[in-house]
Write a protein that binds this ligand. Structure first.
Ligand SMILES: Cc1cc2nc3c(=O)[nH]c(=O)nc-3n(C[C@H](O)[C@H](O)[C@H](O)COP(=O)(O)OP(=O)(O)OC[C@H]3O[C@@H](n4cnc5c(N)ncnc54)[C@H](O)[C@@H]3O)c2cc1C
Length: 375
């Protein structure tokens, strides 16, 4: 693939830059109040959609524009370059719905997902089922034309702010565990759903426990066939893990420049250890960038993401975490005594990157299988 912009892409990029510089809400990244920050992100989603920038590579009949994925990548890159609010992640739950839904379900669920009218969360993990997701215990029992759901989900990101959930539940306890799971599309305001936010180390309640107590779901809200839940879950996480987000590279480079400035201000830039660590951080960013470009060219050729997303996920987690770790090394006690505002929180925010979407160890297991290594 030729990564240079075509004349049409260059024109699109120029118009987009102007639009972003006129539209990015001033001071959005200084908002401390979590609810206000979530509301701003939702409003940003709707603003992008109204301007035609959400789901550009999605089919027109479901609210997209039918363009090449290159346009989504340009939006991603320019948003990262211009420090815009994070882009809506319509990709992974949306792609799962797109891949497995009936025509009627696609027309019902995809347009409001793309427009930002309805927000979604992913209800897969449970207290005793994370890496070993197939052992999940939440059940969905068919009674007439409804399923009745009972159980508990854990670490449901954004559960307290979402309207709907892509839920996995066991519909058949008598078959091998991977084969007895089904997927459902469920409104979180149904009677019997209780959402309890979990505050993580960064101080943010970005994830939640969700309790399901005799929740009734119409049969037509099952996604895919009964027992197809595992396949749907694997498609969802393949889109979630990779392809790595090109806008992340721009944000990563900005953070790297800030860390370099910290080292300069503290007179550490001439130290060989600091220089080596900064050089390593730069190289990690470049490796990630090249991986992103490779993934983009696969998407442009029409290939759906597969287990190679595990490589992207691992590179991303390592790059992000080691850069934040380096910032901590440079700041030393200043961070803990509150002199260096904000770094501790971003350090803690980077910690779960190697856990959500499947832990780093699990990604290594998947890569080992891809390489045909002995178990
Ligand atoms: C901030 C955050 C957001 C999340 N968001 C969501 C979400 O929106 N939706 C959702 O469904 N889930 C979400 N998760 C859950 C996440 O997917 C799980 O935490 C993750 O899969 C690990 O599962 P676990 O926490 O149960 O840990 P465990 O599976 O108990 O693992 C504990 C440790 O053992 C290691 N381990 C386990 N099995 C193996 C093995 N076979 N080989 C080698 N090492 C192994 C793991 O790598 C880990 O280090 C989120 C988690 C976090 C922290």
């Amino acid at each position: 693939m030729d990564y240079r912009d075509t004349p049409e892409e260059a024109e699109f990029r120029a118009v987009l830059r102007q639009w972003l510089s006129a539209t990015i809400p001033a001071g959005w990244d200084k908002i401390d109040d979590e609810e206000e920050a979530v509301e701003l992100r939702k409003e940003w989603h709707r603003t992008l959609y109204r301007a035609g920038y959400v789901g550009m590579s999605w089919p027109v009949e479901y609210g997209g524009r039918g363009l090449s994925p290159v346009y989504d990548a340009i939006l991603n890159e320019e948003s990262g370059n211009m420090n815009a609010p994070s882009l809506p992640s319509v990709g992974y739950i949306g792609r799962a719905i797109f891949t497995y839904a009936s025509e009627e379900q696609k027309r019902r669920f995809l347009p409001p997902l793309l427009s930002g009218e309805v927000s979604w969360c992913q209800g897969f993990s449970e207290p005793e089922a994370g890496s070993d997701l197939a052992s999940l215990r939440t059940t969905a029992r068919l009674e007439g034309d409804h399923y009745v759901v009972n159980g508990q989900k854990m670490w449901t990101s954004g559960g307290q702010y979402a309207d709907w959930c892509l839920l996995l539940a066991r519909t058949d306890p008598d078959v091998p565990k991977h084969k007895g799971i089904s997927a459902f599309l469920v409104a979180l305001n149904e009677p019997g759903v209780t959402v309890r936010p979990i505050v993580i180390a960064s101080g943010e309640a970005e994830t939640a426990e969700v309790f399901w107590d005799d929740v009734r779901i119409p049969e037509e809200q099952r996604l895919g066939a009964p027992g197809e839940g595992w396949r749907i879950a694997m498609t969802t996480v393949a889109y979630e893990r990779g392809p790595a987000d090109i806008g992340f590279i721009a944000a990563y480079r900005r953070t790297l420049r800030k860390v370099e400035r910290l080292a300069t201000e503290r007179g550490l830039l001439e130290q060989p250890e600091t220089r080596k660590a900064l050089a390593r951080a730069y190289v990690r960013g470049e490796v990630l960038r090249l991986n992103c470009m490779e993934q983009l060219s696969l998407r442009v050729s029409g290939r759906a993401p597969g287990s190679e997303g595990s490589v992207a996920k691992l590179l991303w987690a390592e790059a992000e975490q080691s850069l934040q770790h380096l910032a901590m090394d440079i700041l030393g006690a200043d961070e803990l005594t509150g002199v260096a505002d904000g770094w501790l929180s971003s350090y803690f925010t980077s910690r779960p990157v190697s856990v959500y979407g499947g832990s780093a160890q699990i990604q290594k297991n998947i890569i080992a299988r891809m390489l045909d290594m002995p178990r």
